[in-house]
Ligand binder design. Structure first.
Ligand SMILES: Nc1nc2c(ncn2[C@@H]2O[C@H](COP(=O)(O)OP(=O)(O)O)[C@@H](O)[C@H]2O)c(=O)[nH]1
Ligand SMILES: [Mg+2]
Length: 385
């Protein structure tokens, strides 16, 4: 039997409570755990409702505060790790599912598909779903790029949504992850990177299942809202750069289905507001740090102080920028953080105007081929074009 976990922070309690009920109704689920970041309104409303859910479904529903387990900013990582600790120390459930609290397209199918793949013997099951071609820009430009350049022979580059928060772990997988000090310390947004990294590093078998309905949830406006997430995801990856990851572990991906027109037409972020960000927040020190980068990057970025430039940040240039960031980035330094943010925005704008503009199918093919080219680059050396 399984435990279902929803980590939450300042969510709409109605959405969370509906998702809790979906989980409670499922025959494979024997308990639901909601892990809150703090005693916010969502925490209060959900805690107050829990006893009546327990009576209605005859299954335990717990609403708890996350513990301070990690060493970085207290965030989603502490929330997820608190749930693993609860599973291992307070229960004997065989499996744990994680789902984001803000999903409005959550249904029994998410749980059923994961349980079926786990029944086949996979230790980890990860959900993936269609995303618009301008969405998931941290996943593509930071995480999948980094996984390709750093561990090209592992399965890491080929994991569809390495930052996905929807997954199932067998009890054994949960034990392996929770006993890994690299996972335990990652209290911030870097937790998804660390779970993904650690499941491959520990040779766990992984099945990726495709959710046709997609994940409808809260969305962002300008890319500024993603700044903390970007910095924490990159910092997490960079902290792993000297770690070893084995080749040839078991990884199955369910073939995706046709994508709805609505998803193909969705725009992932506000282009005009994002353009403006390239001009803001410059310091002399950021300009100095640019001397570490290739000349075309330095010149292009400095020119952006006057007028947005991004055409220079193509795939090849981004690989060179990424190498400099891996070598020199400092997550405790505000100028480095701002510079990383601007460099990434430049890459996203270049991709949007030269690739995404050509349509959804072209863009998704490009992104997957980009990963393959980065893997090739890491294995064989520089560009062949
Ligand atoms: N416990 C806990 N949950 C968090 C924290 N930060 C975010 N979450 C939850 O993590 C999930 C993913 O966050 P969300 O903002 O939706 O990120 P996105 O879907 O990647 O844009 C949601 O359920 C959030 O409520 C945190 O600090 N603690
Ligand atoms: Mg969300």
């Amino acid at each position: 039997m399984s435990l279902v976990v929803f980590p939450f922070k300042e969510e709409d309690p109605e959405v969370l409570l509906r998702n809790v009920e979906v989980a409670l109704e499922h025959p494979r689920v024997s308990e639901v755990l909601c892990v809150g970041a703090s005693e916010d309104r969502c925490f209060e409303v959900t805690s107050a409702e829990a006893p009546s859910l327990v009576r209605r479904y005859g299954k335990p529903v717990k609403v708890i505060l996350q513990e301070r387990l990690g060493e970085l900013r207290p965030g989603k990582g502490d929330g997820m790790n608190t749930a693993l600790k609860y599973l291992l120390e307070e229960t004997d459930h065989d499996r744990v599912h994680f789902y984001d609290a803000d999903i409005v397209s959550f249904s029994a199918e998410w749980i059923t598909k994961a349980e079926e793949a786990a029944d086949e013997g996979y230790q980890v099951v990860r959900h993936y779903f269609p995303r618009s071609s301008t969405d998931a820009m941290i996943t593509w430009m930071i995480t999948r790029t980094g996984f390709s350049l750093l561990w090209p022979r592992s399965v890491l580059p080929w994991i569809e949504q390495p930052l996905g928060g929807e997954l199932l772990l067998s009890r054994e997988a949960a034990e392996r992850l929770f006993s890994d000090p690299r996972v335990r310390r990652q209290s911030d947004w870097g937790i998804d990177t660390l779970y993904t990294f650690s499941m491959v590093a520990h040779r766990l078998s992984i099945s990726e299942i495709y959710m046709d309905v997609g994940k409808l949830h809260k969305l962002y406006g300008a890319l500024t809202d993603l700044k903390t997430m970007l910095i924490e995801c990159f910092s997490a990856l960079r902290s792993l750069k000297h770690e070893h990851v084995p080749e040839g572990t078991v990884h199955h991906i369910e073939y995706p289905g046709p994508v709805r027109q609505e998803m193909k037409e969705k725009v992932g972020y506000d282009f005009e507001r994002t353009l403006l960000l390239l001009r803001k927040g410059w310091t002399e020190r950021q300009a100095d740090l640019l001397s570490l980068f290739p000349a075309r990057v330095r010149e292009g970025m400095l020119a952006s102080r006057e007028y947005p430039r991004f055409a220079f940040m193509d795939e090849e240039t981004w690989a060179e920028v990424y190498a400099v960031l891996l070598a020199h980035f400092d997550s405790g330094d505000d100028d480095w953080k701002e510079l990383l943010f601007k460099l990434w925005i430049t890459r996203v704008l270049q991709y949007t105007t030269t690739v995404a503009l050509r349509g959804y199918d072209y863009a998704m093919h490009y992104l997957h081929q980009m990963v393959a080219r980065y893997v090739h680059r890491a294995l064989v050396g520089g560009s062949t074009v």
